[in-house]
Design a binder for this molecule. Structure first.
Ligand SMILES: [Zn+2]
Ligand SMILES: [Zn+2]
Length: 295
């Protein structure tokens, strides 16, 4: 077990680095917005994975690709069709709508492609699983010219190689492709008699897609706050993960995709208000945050 000590306030400030005077408020912690990482136990990500600190300063030296300066500037999502159709699948258009607000002003689109992938599969503990490298190879063949990245999503469980039980998802950042499965976000995955909550599945799917796309912008796992970019070892840990970016991760994203922070929050508020039955907590958070940063 790794002995991880959450960084204190001074360390968190240092990780953020200097902020222009006009933006002090935007990157200020404030009261009760961002919580330090607590309650680590032997099953937590941080006590099982050596996670290096990526301060804003380190990020600025990591050769991230500012998306606005590139011709390849669109994020594509593609629901991988499989022989096992799953009626629980979340509405990809709503996920795209969410990501459009979250990654404002980047264009996020679904890929229109009805190609049936030839992917190795197996049965494992009663679930069909798809072999990840096969999917990534196939995605590389169909990635559009103007894609910053192509993310395949699927309702079928995934495995990276024979010895592994499963994986939630993985990406080949250099090749700009990734794949993620929503299979384990369904209650019925663990107990077939369990009634599915489509709103919960959509909520989790939005959260995981926004997290994974964060990695495509070279943002590594966050060790500073309870933040969207925290690593997670289990569904339980991922459910504790917050949907928002902490000041450190927000700053990195701002450097990479370039946005007005207030406009971004306003787009998020619009989305959360439209789907208030699912995102009530996030709506309240972003409303409170907007009021704080505009003070
Ligand atoms: Zn991650
Ligand atoms: Zn963070």
């Amino acid at each position: 077990m790794i002995n991880f000590t959450p960084p204190n306030r001074t360390k968190r400030r240092k990780a953020l680095g200097s902020v222009p005077t006009t933006k002090q408020k935007i990157y200020e912690e404030g009261d009760n917005f961002f919580h330090p990482i607590t309650a680590l136990d032997e099953s937590s990500w941080l006590t099982n994975h050596k996670t290096g600190e990526q301060s804003v300063e380190l990020y600025s030296r990591c050769n991230f690709n500012p998306i606005q300066k590139q011709k390849r500037n669109k994020i594509y999502l593609w629901m991988i069709q499989s022989r096992v159709q799953n009626t629980n699948a979340p509405d990809l258009n709503i996920i795209v709508e969410y990501l459009t607000a979250f990654y404002y002003p980047t264009t996020v689109k679904t890929l229109e492609c009805d190609k049936e992938l030839k992917v190795t599969s197996r049965m494992h503990q009663g679930h069909r699983q798809l072999l990840v490298p096969d999917i990534l190879d196939a995605l590389q063949k169909i990635i559009p010219q103007d894609a910053y990245c192509l993310i395949g999503v699927t309702m079928v469980d995934l495995y990276p190689r024979d010895e592994w039980n499963f994986v939630f998802g993985t990406a080949r950042l250099k090749d700009r492709v990734g794949v993620f499965s929503f299979a384990r976000y369904q209650a019925s995955f663990y107990d077939e008699h369990e009634k599915e909550d489509p709103n919960m599945l959509l909520y989790r799917s939005c959260r995981v897609c926004s997290h994974e796309i964060g990695h495509t912008f070279s943002i590594t796992h966050c060790v500073y706050y309870n933040c969207l970019m925290n690593g997670s070892n289990s569904l339980e840990e991922s459910d504790q993960r917050c949907c928002q970016l902490c000041p450190v991760c927000l700053k990195k994203l701002q450097m990479c995709i370039g946005f007005d922070e207030i406009e971004r929050y306003e787009h998020l508020l619009e989305f959360y208000s439209k789907y208030e039955n699912i995102f009530a907590k996030e709506k309240a958070w972003v409303q409170r945050r907007l009021a704080f940063v505009k003070q």
